[in-house]
Structures are given as C-alpha cells and as structure tokens.
Design a protein around this ligand. Structure first.
Ligand code: NOJ
Length: 574
C-alpha cells in the first residue's frame, strides 16, 4: 500500500500546518443512484479535495450498521456497509487520497456498539455468556418493579431523550445506552473489551489509515457505582455527565491505548478525541505535547454559547462577544503545551453561517469572515463538507422531513409532554443535526449533482445558487476564500505556529488578535456582527493600515478601521 509523502521536516508536528476536511459519506456524493452517498462517490471527488488543498480527510462511520444513528451504531468494526461500498472500494479510496498527499482518518465509535453487534447479541441472549460483562447490565432500582417507569437503575437521561436504560424482558435487567437504545454502551472496565478494540484499531492502521477521530471518547470510563445525577431543568431525568464524562479511568484507558495501538507507528498517525464538556484543564493535560494522550480534542464550549442549562435545545440568543470570549479563552488556555481543534460546524451542528453569521443578504461575507477568524487561530482547522460553499440551514416545514434520530426523538418527546409543536419546530429549525446533513451541493441540477436518484434527505432549495460548479472558478467565492485560508496555513509559519494575543478584549462586536512568530506579526480583525463596527482603538491602528493586506472579504483597500457588517481583514508585517 503506498504511504503518503512524508511531511516536510521541522520541529513541530505536521498537523500544526494541516487542515482536515470532514466527509459525511451518506451526504457527499452518490455513485449508484440509490440516493445515499458512498465511497465510490467520494472517490470521484478526490480531485476536488486536492484542489481545495486540504491535508487530511476524516470519514464519518462507513461500517456495517443498522443506521439507527447515521452509522454511529456499528455492528461490525472491520467491514464496510454495503450502502457505502466494499473494503476494496475503501482501499482504492485510501490509495487515491495517498497518491494526492492526503491522509485519511476514520471514525472510531467504541463507547458503544449497535444492538446488532454480535458482542451485544451474545451479551443480551445469555446472562451467563462471557459477553454479558462487555456491556452495562443492571437490575431495577432496589424495591422497584422491573420494567416500570422510574424503576431504571439510575436517573440518567439519554442524549437522544428519555432514560439511558433499556429494559430487557427476557433477562429482566436493564442495559445502559447513553445514546439511542440501539447503541448499548461497552463496558471498558472489562480488559477483553479494551483488547478487542485495540486489535481492531491495529487492523485499520495496518491497512493504511492514518489515524482516528474518536467518538465521545471521554465517555468510556464511568463511575462504576452509577450514581444518580443532578436533575435537568424541565426534564424527568438527571444528568449523568458528572459520572461518565472524563471518568476515573479515562487517562489510564487512553494511555493503554497509546501503548498498545500507537507505539512505534511513527508520527504520521493523527488522533483526535471528541470530548463533550471537557474542561480546559483536562484538554491541556490530554494534549500536553510532553506526554500526550491524544494529539487534539474537540471541545464544546464555543458551540454551547447559545445554550442554557437545559442543554442543546434550551436555546438562548447568540451573543458574538460570548463566542469570542470562549474561543480566545481556549487559545490562551492551550498556549504553549496543548493544541486546539478549530471548528464551528460538523455533522452534529447546524450550519455555521446560519448560526454565527447571516444566512440571507450577508451570507457570503459572513461565511468568509467566520472562516477567516477560525482558521487564523492556533490549532488545526476542521472544515465540514459544504461549509466551504457557505451552505445554510434547511428551511424545514414539518418534523416528518427529519431523518436524524435526535431531532425525531426530541420532537416526539416534547410534543408528547404537551409543548406546542410549532415551538418545538422553531428550535429544531435552528439546531437539528439534519441542517448539516442535507446533500452536498455540487451543481444547479435537480438533486444538486449529489445523486441521480431521490436523495435520502432533502436537497437545500438554494442549491441553484450555492454550489461547487458556480464557485470553483470564481475568485470571489466562499470556496476560493477557503482555498486561500488553507494555503495561508501551509505557507505562513505565523499562522501554523505563531503565538496568540487577544486585542480589544472587551469590544462587543470585534474579535481582534495577533499571531507572532520569529519576527512576523499577523493581525486578524473580524466584525462578528451584521452591523458596522469601529476597530479604531486597536493598538497601532493607523500603522497597521499600511501593512501588507493578506486577506479580506470585501473589495478594495481599506483606509480606516470602520468595519462593514462581518468585515474581516488579515494583515502581515515582518
Ligand atoms: C457523537 C457523534 O458525532 C454523533 O453523531 C453521534 O450521534 C454520537 N456521538 C453517538 O455516537
């Protein structure tokens, strides 16, 4: 199998100057007309990825799966779901990417399996099977009748609504599922579980993959006493988070994995851990370059600035100053020893332009401004497919249009509990994960060039205007802007390696910061709002107007610090 060309030698890890592109395969490109994206569809687009200039592709799960949660419910870790293709297609894709100098990381979903995984089937069918202990089986609460509401072993709520416990009639016990009831949690306390996971990971690395994005990896260690969590406002259940997020043995499990799976593999391998609610202190320890457990983590603070204590669907108005405060806090907090991921969108988040920008008149400038602000930070940028076009949230009319289990469960749960369906729809229009999952918009044709068949999820009606074909050769397109940002990270060490200094910390509209590296200074100034803003109080403001203007999202050369709505500028001086 061809190995990717070695990264240019320098003292920093290669991924400090790399940009990752996330492909949600089911929505990217469909080669066989069944309406579902697949590996051969993606294979036909590798030149597009190469043109974009990205360094790494992250593939969302492509393993055999009942697809209860878009493939995050895996029934066989060492195969490809026929929906997406075959192992031979996978190998061909890997070779095609490697031939273009692009690495491939895959999704590792090992906090839970599908309920159709042979391990769980064995575990469920026979309490005396050695597999019983591979999952979390518990009897009803003492004194309670098994199977009745309120008899669950504890009060934890599932991320997808309702209790995190499912009752099994046949064996009269409950199993834990932090996500859907078809995603039973693996018991990492059992060393055989860990060994099986390690072996599987080695199998993929031996096949040539370049690393893993690790799904909710900070949930693998639970407090084995499984205590009740604090009540969640407005819910019948409690928050088990304090007992399963970054639990007591997480560090041990990650160290063991590093030793068993990654030791001696060389530094081309990339590890990214998805870690809801990870704290800055925890993230610093996990990514500390002197003793890393993982290369980088996805933290969630900045994508929760518009949420109240009730969680994801407890929505608050977005205050740009909160976004800035959070992003800069992590820049400062991980300075020196740790490393950030940089993301505003992925398959679980609404479209970034709709959320943080303006999806209407200011779609193009706000898409470019947000991208500039994000990519110029210290860290590794992750682009979610379609964000490089400035794709926006879908105009959902009714709940039956959704396919995402989280959205569907939330709708049903709230309506059953008496909430006005239109109020629930308003929240889902803003937050549903399906906003990100509508098919990639390749051209203006009927199904946006995604498929010749009927797409599994509606294509956005704006695809006639927002699509790859229209943007590819347009130097003013959002796509061209992303290409420039990616190139800038490759070319300018102050972007990839420079330090970070926040400027104008208390400005309500403007996010300004400086990156410095060996005598080069890069100034990044972004108006995060749809109103004009004044950045004239920047230190050395007038002198900066004379510096080299590297990037901007409006035409012309600025002569003042009056910023137009969502105006963003990058200056350099040496
Ligand atoms: C996080 C994944 O990104 C999300 O899509 C999935 O539903 C959950 N983990 C459960 O695997």
């Amino acid at each position: 199998m061809p190995t990717p060309p070695a990264a240019p030698p320098h003292e920093e890890p290669w991924w400090t100057s790399a940009v990752v592109y996330q492909v949600y395969v089911r929505s990217f490109a469909d080669s066989d007309g069944d309406g579902i994206g697949d590996l051969r569809g993606l294979l036909s687009k590798v030149d597009y990825l190469s043109h974009l200039g990205i360094d790494v592709v992250w593939l969302s799960p492509i393993y055999p799966s009942p697809q209860d949660d878009g493939g995050y419910d895996v029934s066989d870790y060492q195969g490809i779901d026929p929906l997406f293709g075959t192992l031979a297609d996978f190998d061909e894709l890997l070779a095609a990417l490697h031939a273009r100098g692009i690495k491939l990381i895959i999704d590792l979903v090992v906090n839970h399996t599908s309920d159709e995984h042979p391990w769980f089937k064995a575990s469920r069918s026979d309490p005396s099977s050695p597999y019983r202990d591979w999952y979390w089986w518990r009897p009803a609460r003492p004194g309670k009748v098994p199977g009745k509401p309120g008899s669950e072993p504890n009060n934890w709520r599932s991320a997808f609504s309702g209790s995190a416990w499912e009752f099994d009639e046949d064996t009269q016990e409950y199993y834990l599922h932090l996500f859907s009831r078809r995603q039973p949690d693996l018991n990492w306390e059992n060393p055989q579980v860990r060994q099986a996971v390690h072996q599987m990971m080695c199998w993929w690395l031996d096949r040539g993959v370049d690393g893993f994005r690790m799904d909710v990896i900070n949930m693998i260690s639970k407090d084995v006493l499984l205590p009740d969590g604090p009540p969640i406002p407005g819910e019948d259940f409690g928050d088990g988070g304090p007992f399963y997020l970054c639990g007591p043995r997480l560090d041990e499990f990650l160290q063991e994995m590093r030793q068993e799976v990654f030791a001696g593999r060389g530094d081309h391998v990339l590890t990214v851990g998805e870690m809801p609610n990870v704290t800055l202190e925890q993230a610093r320890a996990i990514t500390d370059r002197h003793s890393p457990r993982l290369d980088m983590v996805f933290q969630f603070e900045h994508v929760q600035v518009d949420q109240g204590p009730g969680g994801k669907f407890d929505l608050l108005p977005l205050r740009p100053a909160d976004l800035k405060a959070s992003l800069s806090r992590w820049q400062e907090g991980l300075a020196g020893t740790g490393w950030n991921t940089l993301y505003l969108g992925n398959h679980d988040q609404p479209r970034l332009v709709s959320r943080f920008g303006d999806a209407d008149e200011l779609r193009v400038p706000s898409a470019k401004a947000l991208a500039t602000m994000l990519h110029l930070h210290r860290g590794t940028p992750f682009i979610f497919q379609g964000d490089e076009l400035g794709m926006t949230n879908y105009p959902w009319r009714e709940a039956s249009e959704f396919r995402d289990i989280e959205s569907l469960n939330h709708y049903r749960d709230r309506v059953e509990r008496g909430e006005n369906p239109e109020t629930v729809m308003q929240t889902l229009r803003r937050m549903s994960r399906d906003n990100a999952r509508t098919p990639m918009q390749w051209d203006a044709s009927t199904h946006a060039g995604f498929s010749t068949g009927t797409p599994w999820l509606s294509v956005h009606p704006d695809h006639a205007e927002v699509n790859v074909a229209r943007q590819l050769d347009d130097p003013d397109s959002v796509l061209s802007h992303y290409r420039r940002l990616i190139a800038l990270r490759h070319e300018e060490p102050a972007v990839s390696r420079g330090d970070f200094t926040l400027l104008l910390p208390s400005h309500e509209q403007v996010y300004a910061f400086m990156r410095r590296h060996e005598g080069t200074e890069v100034l990044v100034v972004t108006n995060l709002t749809g109103a004009e803003a004044n950045a004239g109080s920047l230190p050395g403001a007038l002198a900066w107007l004379e510096a080299e203007l590297l990037l901007m999202n409006y035409p012309g050369v600025p002569t003042s610090w009056r910023l137009r709505p969502f105006e963003s500028r990058v200056y350099r001086r040496r």
